[in-house]
Ligand binder design. Structure first.
Ligand SMILES: *[C@@H]1O[C@H](CO)[C@@H](O)[C@H](O)[C@H]1NC(C)=O
Ligand SMILES: *[C@@H]1O[C@H](CO)[C@@H](O)[C@H](O)[C@H]1NC(C)=O
Length: 436
């Protein structure tokens, strides 16, 4: 009898645990994009059925006193209403969603402060850290957020340089050349101080039941700045921005897959999702706190006449970001519906309107790309690496198989929220959610 009840308890516990594994669907909503694309709040709502967390970006840090403030972007342009409250008011309609405010996100650029990184300045001084913690608590409470996401703007890795033409590197010299300039001379101190900051935030947030999360922005090296075993204890989860490994901005002359799942032949071995996930898993047992980032946008380079006509990456001799009509202010960045439109353009169109040729990935390891080689005059060439519903589903399947925490989507405003491509709204978000 006793054994039976013990077994029963064990069984119930097992049942509990297996049910407890519900993958996170973390949806980033970058309000700085909606100003350009006039995405309305009603466009956001259909997504909320699929998200467990809505992360609203991005709060800035006020340089003068180092406190966060609801800056201009956070006022609703159409209604003039305070955007923070508009967003947190959604909780009454969608009570199961937790809504976080994110700070940083590579969006907090202050031209007066380019020389000095204010995110590092906050870390460097105990009083600044405390002021930041206090202002965070106050802000979350005033506006009714459920927590804070730290999309902390650490210095990024330098792009790895190719010394004498990339063909040489790929065919003969097997290896990569990193700039010898250090990313951050005081990285070791900043790492310790960031642990202190997350610890202080955790202690303050515990009193209020607030969530604290960390987002690792693209090309930030966790080895330099994050004491993983400590920090992971203080945060509810970590979102890894496992995309933008290759971008036209960082690598103007070589186009390549920007967010491969696995390592590619003769490429930088760190430029893939698997490496980055494994890096964290080697340093913590808390796999359920790791969310893999999937982007809803693609990266587009201009192909030159010397880039060839096969489209097979890596593409040599590209000339930086593709300047595209109707694109957002970000050169070389295309949302999924924009890419979908370019692929499905009328076959009779020519020049800058001619359709791109899509090339899928039967191996399901690297991703999809589309291209249009340059014409005889060297015009209209373009090569785009991008995510589509099918490739996003493959990554979600990987997250599921590795029993990770879930997926963080970057972001809702660049998914097809109007359903222009295939009639269905938020196709990338849905295909991820379906796989989780
Ligand atoms: C993880 O640990 C294994 C075993 O020690 C090692 O072979 C691998 O290179 C490590 N990977 C990363 C990304 O740290
Ligand atoms: C660009 O915008 C114009 C006007 O809004 C539209 O007619 C055209 O189809 C768009 N082109 C692309 C490639 O999206």
């Amino acid at each position: 009898m006793k054994i039976f009840s013990l077994l029963l308890i064990a069984f119930i516990t097992w049942l509990d645990c297996s049910q407890a594994h519900i993958a996170n669907m973390v949806c980033f909503y970058d309000a700085t994009n909606t100003q350009k694309d006039s995405m309305a709040l009603s466009d956001l709502e259909p997504a909320l059925h699929y998200c467990n967390y809505l992360v609203y970006g991005y709060a800035k840090i006020e340089p003068a006193n180092l406190l966060q403030e609801p800056s201009k972007v956070l006022v609703d342009a159409s209604t003039g209403r305070d955007h923070y409250r508009t967003i947190t008011n959604l909780k009454s309609k969608y009570p199961n969603i937790r809504i976080l405010l994110s700070v940083g996100g590579d969006k907090d650029i202050d031209l007066n402060y380019l020389e000095t990184n204010k995110y590092l300045q906050i870390l460097e001084d105990g009083n600044n850290r405390q002021a930041f913690v206090d202002s965070a608590v106050q802000l979350l409470r005033t506006y009714g957020f459920d927590g804070l996401d730290l999309s902390w703007q650490f210095p990024k890795n330098h792009p790895r340089k190719v010394v004498s033409g990339f063909k040489k590197v790929w065919s003969t010299v097997k290896g990569w050349f990193t700039s010898t300039k250090k990313v951050d001379e005081k990285a070791e101190e900043h790492k310790t101080q960031f642990t202190q900051l997350t610890h202080a935030l955790r202690s303050a947030f515990n009193l209020h039941g607030y969530l604290l999360t960390l987002t690792m922005l693209p090309n930030v090296d966790p080895e330099l700045f994050i004491d993983i075993p400590s920090v992971i204890e203080y945060v509810n989860f970590v979102n890894l921005c496992t995309f933008d490994f290759q971008t036209p901005e960082r690598d103007p002359k070589i186009a390549d897959y920007s967010a491969p799942l696995y390592e590619m032949y003769e490429r930088d071995p760190t430029h893939n999702i698997e490496y980055n996930v494994q890096f964290w898993l080697n340093r913590t047992t808390q796999a359920h706190k790791i969310n893999v980032g999937i982007s809803t946008f693609g990266r587009a380079w201009m192909m030159s006449k010397d880039s060839g006509i096969t489209g097979y990456p890596p593409i040599d001799d590209t000339s930086g970001a593709a300047p595209l009509k109707n694109s957002t202010a970000n050169l070389g960045l295309l949302s999924w519906p924009q890419i979908c439109t370019l692929i499905h353009a009328d076959k009779d169109l020519t020049g800058e309107k001619a359709p791109l040729k899509k090339v899928g990935d039967p191996t399901k390891r690297f991703g999809t790309y589309a291209y249009r080689s340059a014409d005889d005059n060297g015009n209209y060439g373009i090569w785009v690496s991008y995510e589509e519903p099918a490739t996003a589903a493959i990554k979600a399947g990987y997250v599921h198989a590795r029993e990770l925490g879930g997926v963080a989507l970057f972001d809702l405003t660049r998914d097809d929220y109007r359903g222009e491509c295939a009639g269905e709204r938020y196709p990338i978000l849905r295909s991820i959610k379906y796989k989780l």
